[in-house]
Every structure is written in C-alpha cells, then in structure tokens.
Design a protein around this ligand. Structure first.
Ligand code: ZN
Length: 258
C-alpha cells in the first residue's frame, strides 16, 4: 500500500491518502512522531475539492548540481567527482498552482524538474543506512534557475534564489523506492524531461550522507536531487508540471514580473 502525506488548505492540517483515494486527517506530527505511532482522525469529506498547500516549509533547501550524466553533458559540464552542493533560499518556496515570476534581472530562466527528498530526523555525519532511515518521503520540485546569471556569477546564490523559484509539492510519497523513482516534466502538457533516480550519478542515500557531513540536516529540510536532461527556458504564459511516480503533478503557471 502506498501512502501519501498531504497538507490541506486553508488551515494546513496534515492528512494521509491511501491507495483507494480515501483521505483521513493525521493527528500526529509527521516531523516528530514515528510513522508507526501515527494517529488518524476522521475521513476528509470531498477531499478532491480541498486545495493542497506546500507540504513543508523547509528550514533549508539543499540543491545538487549535475547529478545526471546526460544533463551535465547538455550544458557542457564535466561529470562531477563529488556531489556539487548549493543552497536555495527558503523564501523561494511556493506551493502548487502559485505562479513562478520571471524577474527582470534575467533574460533566460530555465525549468529543472527534480525529485525532492524531505527529511524527518536530524542527521550529522550520517552513513547510508542512517540517511535512508531519516527520509520522510519524496515529492516533486522545480529548481527554477536564472541560467544567464548562473553563468555570469561565481556562485549560484542569485541564479537559484529569486522569490517563487522553488515550487514544491503537493503530496509526499511515504516509504518511496529511492533507487527507482520516475520523474516527468511537462511544459504546456508536452513531455520535456523523463528521468529515473536509478540514473543519478550519486544516489539519494549518498547525497544525504554527503550533505550531512557538511551541515546538520534537520526535520523538514529538503534536498533537491538534481535534474535529468531536457532543461529549457520558461516564458510568461507557460504551465510547468513536475510529476514523481504517479503522484498528483506539481503544476505552476509562469508570469513575467510586472
Ligand atoms: Zn537543479
């Protein structure tokens, strides 16, 4: 049975959806209580009509560059010998349906569909097994990137962190098969990226372990695990859809800053 964790609008209550589509309120805190002890409440009536919110407000967002061979090649970058780690500002996070705003400072803003890993436990210098056990689940993300500024600047901070540059959600797949996760990005309904976590240069437990050797990871922190080949520019009026496995796609319109 696959279970999904949802955050329901407008209040932000957590709920669990099972395979049958039934949604029940969660009375436990998914970032404190171990899943085996979770207490479920009543069934959510007309759950399909309830808007979904961003599933977590992360304390930090760690990005990984060039983690798929074919994406490194398409941007003429060498295959990294160690994970290439960067940070994205928390203030860049938006939920499903919120617009990605193209800033006037950039003439080239790209989509990067990615698998986002959400952590439930504190980690410091973790090994692979500890890293795997600390995963709450995975969801979809778009690592929106001002490509021209990324090439111009010596660091990624500006290119990755404009407001609205991190759509995230909507539902978290619990107990995900970390080594076999499908990722699909569509722009205006057309498939532009198709990836699978088995094609990562550094797999998900390796990434978590590596990052935890630099900085403590805390419950609710998010790791964006890199994008497969097929990235491309966004234009005002586009709709981005990023889907992990068969979860509800993360869908966001694109607007120019007025
Ligand atoms: Zn990325």
């Amino acid at each position: 049975m696959t279970m999904q964790l949802l955050r329901l609008g407008p209040e932000g209550f957590y709920a669990l959806r099972d395979d049958s589509g039934k949604v029940r309120y969660l009375h436990s805190d998914p970032f404190v209580d171990p899943p085996g002890s979770w207490e479920l409440g009543r069934v959510v009536v007309d759950a399909e009509q309830v808007p979904l919110l961003v599933p977590v407000h992360p304390g930090k967002i760690v990005g990984i560059g060039r983690n798929y061979v074919n994406h490194a090649k398409e941007l003429d970058n060498p295959i990294p010998e160690e994970p290439l780690v960067f940070l994205k500002a928390q203030s860049s996070v938006i939920g499903p349906s919120a617009p990605v705003i193209l800033p006037p400072e950039s003439a080239r803003v790209d989509f990067e569909g990615e698998i986002a890993v959400i952590l439930k436990q504190e980690l410091y210098r973790a090994d692979r097994e500890q890293a795997e056990r600390a995963v709450l689940g995975v969801t979809a993300a778009c690592d929106v990137t001002a490509r021209d500024l990324q090439r111009k600047d010596a660091t990624f901070a500006r290119a990755k962190s404009f407001d609205t540059f991190c759509p995230l959600g909507p539902s978290i797949l619990l107990n995900p098969p970390l080594d076999e996760l499908r990722l699909t990005t569509r722009i205006n309904g057309e498939i532009r990226q198709q990836g699978n976590s088995r094609d990562m240069i550094f797999d998900i437990p390796a990434l978590i372990s590596y990052v935890s050797n630099i900085m403590s990871l805390l419950p609710g922190d998010v790791i964006l695990t890199g994008t497969p080949e097929g990235v491309g520019p966004l234009r005002a009026g586009d709709t981005i859809e990023v889907q992990v496995q068969d979860l509800t796609p993360l869908s966001n319109p694109v607007e120019q800053q007025s």
